[in-house]
Design a protein around this ligand. Structure first.
Ligand SMILES: N[C@@H](CCC(=O)N[C@@H](CS)C(=O)NCC(=O)O)C(=O)O
Length: 221
């Protein structure tokens, strides 16, 4: 049975999308990417809500198994295809990567959501503007923290070790989103260099092409 990933272009589903593409390259096992257009509200359609009642991407369907939440999906793909070595197996290295992964998912990503969808947090329009302003400055600080973690990698090519993994793909997504919040990626040179390296990986490049993504979303004007 082919695994199916519900994704939206440019959304956080990019992370498991890249993992599935990497594992497909390594193991030869194909998967089915299925596009959901968030701007058209397809995530709220009855058919989609029947799969994920939270109305969000990503969702991974593997036979009768439905997995939601990026962290759970990526761990599932890793466990299912250990040959792809998408996450480290050594306990200390694994804990370090999972710690960064969890922080991205529970702190950096929600900071972006506060900017991008403030109506999720209050119906008061004045408060929404305040939330956006605060989230934008907080987001810049979080990207600086992420850059410091990248610098700390030193000679290690990827967060997971020798294989590009979920944290690398998430770093790309989070920095790319920064462009919408007025963060010029060139002002975070070490993080930008890492993200450009991630984007050049053949499997990631394939996903970028499928999702039709522009890497640098910063608009200087
Ligand atoms: N905690 C969730 C977050 C998922 C999420 O925020 N998905 C966004 C796209 S990045 C979404 O589907 N938004 C559409 C909506 O909320 O209507 C995860 O880790 O999967």
């Amino acid at each position: 049975m082919t695994m199916k990933l519900y994704f939206a272009p440019g959304a956080c589903s990019f992370v498991p999308h890249c993992l599935l593409e990497i594992q497909a390259e390594i193991t030869g096992v194909s998967y089915e990417p299925s596009m959901i257009k968030l701007h058209k509200g397809e995530q709220k359609s009855p058919d989609y809500l029947a799969i994920n009642p939270r109305g969000q991407v990503p969702v991974l369907v593997d036979g009768t198994t439905v997995v939601t939440q990026i962290v759970a999906i990526c761990n599932y793909i890793h466990e299912k295809y250990p040959a792809a070595a998408l996450l480290p197996s050594e306990p200390v290295a694994k804990a370090k990567v999972q710690s960064i992964f969890a922080w991205m998912n529970n702190t950096v990503h929600p900071a972006f959501t506060h900017f991008f969808m403030p109506s999720k947090f209050t119906s008061d329009e004045v408060a929404q503007t305040a939330i956006k302003t605060h989230a934008a400055s907080q987001y810049r600080e979080l990207l600086e923290e992420l850059q410091a973690i990248v610098v700390d990698l030193k000679d290690q090519p990827w967060f997971s070790g020798q294989q590009l993994g979920p944290v690398d793909a998430y770093a790309l997504t989070l920095l790319r989103w920064g462009g919408f919040l007025g963060v010029n990626p060139e002002t975070l040179p070490a993080l930008w260099a890492h993200v450009q390296k991630v984007a050049a990986h053949p499997a990631v490049a394939k996903v970028i092409e499928r999702e039709r993504l522009q890497l640098n979303m910063f608009n200087a004007a």
